[in-house]
Design a protein around this ligand. Structure first.
Ligand code: UTP
Length: 308
């Protein structure tokens, strides 16, 4: 996929944590990274790397771990496969194979033990240095037609500090996410974050704003992460570090939130993963017409009348 004229940005580096165990997808993830599961015919992680290129970021560091070699192989040349396709004269498939190599400059570092998202981000410190940087979770797919990261980079250029992505959720679902206490700003899609709490009980949640997997972070977050003790689930939580940045503007704050209303799929969750595939397949020019016809027939045959 070619990306034309991406904007030149002050932020150039993206970090993609992809070292989690993916236990919700076992047994598929026993030997295969969950980020490599296909969404239609492309691994979930490729959508995420394409998003960095579209937003104008030029350097991607992926945080990987054991059983994650397939991630590196996917963004590298596959000489034998390319030669076989060249021999057959199959230019279309050759372009598909090569597309993932040409997206951006990729770097990799291993997390060792998956000690939480905060720990995964801390593994990026030597590569990132003292510059602000973006973080994109490797299993969080934002529909390419709904640009979120570009908007977050714009807000960062204007406000400084750190920027998180927020999505309004059902109150009953907030315990699955980090949750933000917010104040409105003059921009309808931007809020100031005054506090953050990881996976709160619905009764204690400060709002219905859930943090989703895109961040633009001030490098001060590294120092805070070094001092952050394991939190919920015994893991070093990025949300806990961001709470400290939000509470003390002198060390890397303020923290703003961009309220996202577009299409987003958590491909690490089985139902959301299925939704992503059905929705994106229905909308594809090559597959959509045939798949939609089948889906309509299938729903008519299998869903008893009167039940939605
Ligand atoms: P998840 O909360 O989805 O955890 O991590 P997980 O372990 O991958 O999945 P389950 O819950 O066991 O099914 C969110 C993101 O943070 C990364 C994951 O790879 C995912 O992209 N992560 C998480 C790390 O890189 N390292 C960690 O220690 C934890």
């Amino acid at each position: 996929m070619k990306h034309t004229l991406p904007p030149t940005r002050a932020v150039t580096k993206a970090v993609i944590p992809a070292a989690g165990l993916g236990t919700r997808f076992l047994p598929a993830t026993k030997a295969t990274p969950k980020e490599m599961l296909p969404v239609v015919d492309k691994p979930a992680i490729q959508y995420v790397v394409e998003e960095t290129a579209t937003a104008g970021l030029t350097d991607v560091l992926m945080i990987t771990g054991r059983n994650k070699r397939a991630l590196e192989d996917h963004f590298d040349r596959n000489f034998e496969l390319e030669q076989a396709l060249i021999k057959k004269g199959d230019k279309q498939r050759l372009a598909k194979v090569r597309a993932s190599n040409d997206l951006t400059t990729m770097h990799y570092v291993r997390q060792g033990d998956p000690r939480g998202l905060g720990h995964a981000v801390l593994c990026a410190a030597p590569h990132v240095g003292a510059q602000p940087f973006a973080v994109l979770l490797g299993d969080d797919l934002i529909d390419p037609r709904d640009p979120l990261l570009s908007r977050m980079l714009d807000v960062h250029e204007h406000e400084g500090g750190s920027v998180v992505a927020l999505m309004e959720t059902e109150p009953s679902q907030i315990h699955l996410y980090g949750c933000a206490a917010v104040q409105n700003t003059a921009d309808p899609d931007v809020v100031k974050v005054t506090g953050l709490v990881e996976k709160p009980d619905p009764a204690e949640a400060p709002s219905n704003y859930a943090i989703i997997g895109r961040y633009v972070l001030d490098p001060a977050v590294f120092e805070v992460l070094r001092e952050t003790a394991p939190g919920r689930g015994g893991e070093i939580q990025l949300t806990d570090a961001l709470q400290k940045l939000a509470a003390d503007e002198k060390t890397g704050g303020p923290v703003h939130g961009v309220v996202f209303k577009g299409r987003r799929y958590d491909t690490g969750d089985r139902v959301d993963y299925l939704r992503a595939i059905v929705q994106l397949a229905c909308e594809r020019e090559d597959l959509g017409p045939e798949f939609r016809n089948w889906l309509v027939r299938h729903v008519a045959e299998t869903v008893p009348s009167g039940i939605a």
